[in-house]
Design a protein around this ligand. Structure first.
Ligand code: FAD
Length: 584
């Protein structure tokens, strides 16, 4: 089944749910018509070039042999087309060769690329993160030498945080950076799980590496950020000798086979410090916040692909008698339970997409608004929504991919349909870029450290929109208002107990509860705009948006008060039971 980019849904989500028009004064050249044209071109590239490589890359995988990493067949050529098409520099500053478009549009384009080919899609997103980190924290020289090549896609970037003993806890990083006496540094250590850590598609790879200086204090305050290119770069930008770093192997994974996940060995590699010593983790967070949103978009992408395949299969596969039409040997789409699975998948997918776009709009306004009050409010909104965009959307990615397998029945478990690949691929998304447990603790902890002020602003908006719902969406109103009360109640409980085991135990339920509410709100906004005659002139499509909002309200938002109770259960029972007692 061929992939079709969901441009119609993406454009409407930007417009009706995410508030894309708020970017008009900061990005006057990027109106919705322009966005639509860019998205249509992205859709063609994704369908023609990226999607056809998805399955073959899963089967062949990336290969490590004789110290070299080889990308799956077709990926290098696809990457060259991607770079030549200017896709890498959409949101980068024109100062470095970028197009200066909103990040929101870049995120929407990557929604399509991730859906077409997740293992390919993660590759350039790491380069975008490196661009962001160097742009914010690099020296003028580093910007001049590295940014034009990274923005054009001539070189790629990586993010080297993880070590065997340092995963979620980056305070445990041990890679050493020793001054070389000439103003530079030499890196010694091993990094693991480095996505696209090596490949042959570009003539250089720019590694951003967390390491410790000899005088570094213990813990997170002693970590610095370094830039170590695969091939050394002379001051005039020309390439010099190979650097003393190499891939030591690639992992054999459950999914995402097309993306090489490398062990990286630093054996005295020449490196430059980025920014100030011991400040690396803060700098890396610049990269991580952008990357977290992009991983959320990966959840959306894989959900889209899994949903498209399941919907097609449900119309072809015939089994049993339809409870609606009485037809025997009916398409399984005509069974209420299958329809429920598909519609719930679509509702969650639409909701996750809108959450990611709303986060991106906030990010753009936080960066580019000329109104200080709007800028500050947008920064607070971006900070609040980022763990939801990452955590909730990637959980949706796995749920929808799992529903896709279920809709296929036994054929879903058989590799040839492709449904199994989406499920396997999706499973990494709640793990990398900060596990969803870490996202939940961020939301329930740091993001409520303002006493709940940013959340209160969000709840006020949700309540105001809910109070405006009537007619076909009258039932959604009550569910949203109850949901907002549940989030409010749970948040107050968490704020009183911030940092305690009780609050930490409730964090994941809080992320689910808040994500469900924001998702339900986004669907209500979409539905209200569709019923008011927005979007394509298609009555059935408009009615489907209202049906999705209602289904989500009745099947998901009805769980809000239960989730608030789960948040407030506390950690008592968790603390009182030993591992021995729980064992066999
Ligand atoms: C395919 C793949 C690609 C990756 N790409 C990159 C990359 O490009 N660059 C890079 O640097 N890293 C990368 N990673 C590493 C990834 O970011 C880590 O795996 C992730 O951060 C989790 O760390 P960990 O695996 O050590 O798990 P751990 O930190 O050991 O966590 C194990 C479990 O314990 C939980 N946990 C840990 N600490 C806490 C806590 N304080 N409170 C509550 N729960 C906790 C976690 O949520 C998780 O459920 C990649 C990993 C994979 C598998």
């Amino acid at each position: 089944m061929s992939f079709k980019a969901p441009v119609r849904d993406i454009v409407f989500s930007l417009q009706a749910a995410a508030g894309y028009e708020r970017l008009a004064s900061a990005f006057p050249e990027a109106d919705l018509d322009t966005a639509q044209a860019v998205l249509e071109a992205a859709g063609e590239f994704a369908a023609d070039v990226l999607a056809p490589l998805n399955r073959s890359a899963d089967q062949a995988g990336a290969v490590y042999e004789n110290g070299r990493v080889t990308a799956p067949a077709g990926f290098v050529d696809a990457y060259k087309q991607y770079a030549a098409g200017g896709w890498n520099g959409l949101a980068a500053s024109p100062d470095h060769g970028g197009q200066g478009l909103p990040k929101t549009l870049e995120v929407a384009v990557f929604d399509i690329f991730q859906a077409a080919n997740l293992a390919f899609g993660i590759w350039p997103t790491l380069t975008l993160g490196a661009v962001e980190a160097i742009d914010h924290h690099g020296s003028e020289r580093q910007k001049a030498i590295y940014l034009p090549k990274l923005v054009s896609g001539e070189w790629t970037g990586t993010m080297n945080l993880t070590e065997p003993q340092a995963g979620s806890d980056l305070a445990a990083v041990r890679t050493r950076a020793e001054p070389d006496g000439e103003g530079g540094y030499r890196l010694h250590g091993q990094k693991i799980f480095i996505t696209w850590g090596d490949h042959e598609a570009t003539d250089n790879i720019v590694h951003l590496v967390l390491a410790r200086l000899p005088d570094a204090p213990e813990g997170v305050k002693g970590i610095s950020l370094f830039l170590a290119p695969k091939v050394q770069v002379n001051d005039d930008g020309s390439l010099g000798a190979l650097n003393a770093l190499r891939p030591g192997g690639i992992e054999h994974k459950m999914g995402l086979h097309g993306s090489p996940t490398c062990v990286m060995l630093y054996e005295g590699a020449k490196a430059e410090l980025i920014g100030q010593p011991h400040n690396g983790l803060a700098y890396m967070f610049t990269m991580m916040n952008a990357a977290r949103l992009m991983v959320g978009v990966q959840g959306v992408g894989v959900a889209e692909r899994a949903y498209q395949r399941a919907l097609a299969f449900a119309q072809e596969r015939r089994q049993g008698r339809s409870a609606w039409t009485g037809e025997t040997s009916a398409p399984i789409f005509d069974h209420p339970d299958v329809r429920r699975m598909l519609m719930l998948a679509k509702a969650k997918l639409d909701a996750a997409r809108a959450i990611c776009f709303a986060t991106a709009v906030a990010s753009d306004l936080a960066r580019a608004s000329s109104d200080p009050a709007e800028k500050a409010a947008a920064a607070a909104r971006e900070a609040l929504l980022t763990p939801i965009a990452k955590g909730w959307s990637t959980d949706v990615g796995v749920e929808v991919a799992s529903a896709g397998v279920q809709v296929h029945g036994g054929m879903g478990f058989i590799e040839e349909t492709g449904a199994a690949q989406y499920y396997r691929d999706s499973r990494i998304l709640p793990i990398y870029e900060g596990t969803n447990g870490i996202q939940a603790m961020d939301l329930a902890g740091r993001k409520l450290a303002d006493g709940g002020a940013a959340l209160a602003d969000l709840l006020a908006e949700i309540r105001a929109d809910a109070n405006g719902l009537a007619g076909e969406l009258a039932g959604v109103k009550g569910r949203l208002l109850t949901g907002a009360d549940a989030v409010d109640d749970a948040a107050r409980w968490l704020i009183e107990r911030r940092g305690t085991p009780d609050a930490l135990a409730g964090a994941t339920a809080f992320l689910k509860l808040t994500g469900d509410l924001v998702g339900g709100w986004m669907l209500a906004r979409t539905a209200a705009a569709a019923l008011a005659g927005g979007g394509p002139d298609d009555t059935a499509w408009r009615a489907s948006k209202a049906a999705l909002a209602r289904l989500f309200a009745e099947q998901v938002l009805t769980g809000a008060s239960g989730l608030a109770e789960a948040v407030k259960q506390g950690a008592g029972d968790l603390a009182s039971v030993s591992a021995e007692a729980l064992g066999a």
